[in-house]
Ligand binder design. Structure first.
Ligand code: PMP
Ligand code: GLN
Length: 381
């Protein structure tokens, strides 16, 4: 394979899901829900499939989805985007991230990322010829070290790739943290690519604040999200980006030669989903919050040190109180030991020592499944 792929290996999510299948372990690794999203959304997709919407969509997405995305940004955040020039539909948030980086980064450019980072960020920065500059969120509270962010900027820095709510730590960036990031971005004239796929999964009343809403940010922020997380259709791979036309156009400029367009019949269905009433979103995050509490309480009882997340699908633990110290080794042996799969943080760090004892567990699973995993994990207690 090419030098572009050097050192990237196989994504941890594929490795761990394959391990779960092979061993029959309960999969609390890869973050996907084990129940489908709303039945009426599926019906819209079925109607679109039967109704002949099976040829290429426009390159930036079908009009009703672009309009629904714009309406969603207005409804939840008061943000105005033009559905014709400031919205681009992609094959999942993953493609939005990849096309944004390929469309905006030149070889040698430095991109600041929060560490632990979502693994595709590292791969795509490398494929684009860029250089990552990680800023580490550290246990126990995983807050943004603002001085380290400032120190990470160099004359080569062109972009900050943000993620809040943050996978895997569950941190939701607060107003003060976002203000500090915005100040750095404005001072150094940086583009911010903001991955907000967990925008509807914050807990305990903590608000999700899109950084594009801060002063001076709308003109430099590309905001990315996905129907997978908000509506439990991760396999549909319908994502999008919104922002100034110049940034959306740069992203679409790369996307057009990667996939050209994204799945036509699923787009009207996600358009319909985005119009869900407030009760849908309230029930959605309350349900996930209850599952978070079930998992976190259970893991704490077993003896893990648990870092209760403010958002996302994931809880993080330190495994050292149970006598382990290497998360990668722990996760490789856990299916044999207890019949459960989890994800080691370590693979998401340059500073591997910071991530070594940390393990991520997904709670986007039915309560009975979480219960079964916790029962199995009792052997570690
Ligand atoms: N960003 C983050 C932080 C994620 O956790 C995920 C998880 N799937 C993605 C992007 C990718 O989203 P999609 O499935 O829509 O490509
Ligand atoms: N975002 C999910 C996770 O972090 C799924 C990742 C993937 O399969 N690429 O587990």
């Amino acid at each position: 394979s090419s030098a572009r792929l050097s050192g990237l290996g196989t994504t941890i999510f594929a490795e761990m899901s394959a391990l779960a299948l092979r061993t029959g372990a309960v999969n609390l690794g890869q973050g996907f829900p084990d129940t489908d999203g709303p039945a009426e959304v599926i019906e819209v997709a079925v109607d679109a499939l039967r109704g002949g919407r099976n040829q290429y969509a426009p390159g930036t997405g079908v009009p009703e989805l672009r309009h629904a995305i714009a309406a969603h940004q207005k409804r939840f955040y008061g943000v105005d985007v033009d559905p014709d020039t400031e919205v681009g539909v992609t094959t999942g948030a993953t493609e939005a991230i990849a096309s944004a980086l390929l469309g905006l980064i030149d070889p040698g450019d430095e991109v600041i990322v929060l560490e632990p980072y979502y693994d595709s960020y590292v791969a795509v920065i490398q494929m684009a010829g860029g250089v990552r500059r990680p800023v580490t969120l550290r246990a126990p509270d995983f807050r943004l070290p603002i001085d380290e962010l400032r120190a990470a900027v160099s004359p080569q820095t062109t972009a900050i790739l943000l993620n809040s709510p943050h996978n895997p730590t569950g941190t939701v960036l607060r107003r003060e943290e976002l203000d500090a990031i915005a100040a750095v971005a404005v001072e150094h004239d940086l583009v911010v690519i903001s991955d907000e796929v967990y925008e509807h999964l914050t807990f305990d009343g903590i608000p999700h604040i899109p950084i594009t809403t801060l002063p001076g940010m709308a003109e430099r922020t590309l905001t990315i999200s996905s129907g997978g997380k908000s509506f439990s259709f991760t396999g549909w791979k319908i994502g999008w980006a919104t922002g100034p036309a110049s940034l959306v156009q740069a992203m679409i400029g790369a996307k057009q030669f990667l996939t050209y367009t994204s799945g036509s019949p699923l787009q009207p269905a996600i358009a319909h989903a985005l119009g869900a009433d407030d009760a849908y979103f309230d029930t959605f995050h309350s349900r996930l919050q209850a599952q978070r509490d079930q998992l976190c309480d259970g893991l704490a009882e077993i003896g893990f040190e648990v870092y209760v997340p403010e958002g996302t699908y994931f809880a993080t633990t330190d495994i050292r109180p149970l006598g382990f110290d290497d998360g990668v080794e722990f996760c490789r042996t856990l299916p044999g030991l207890a019949g459960v799969v989890a994800i080691p943080h370590q693979v998401f760090y340059d500073d591997v020592a910071a991530g070594r004892p940390l393990v991520r567990w997904a709670f986007c699973k039915q309560p009975a499944v979480i219960e079964q995993a916790l029962e199995r994990l009792q052997v570690l207690a």
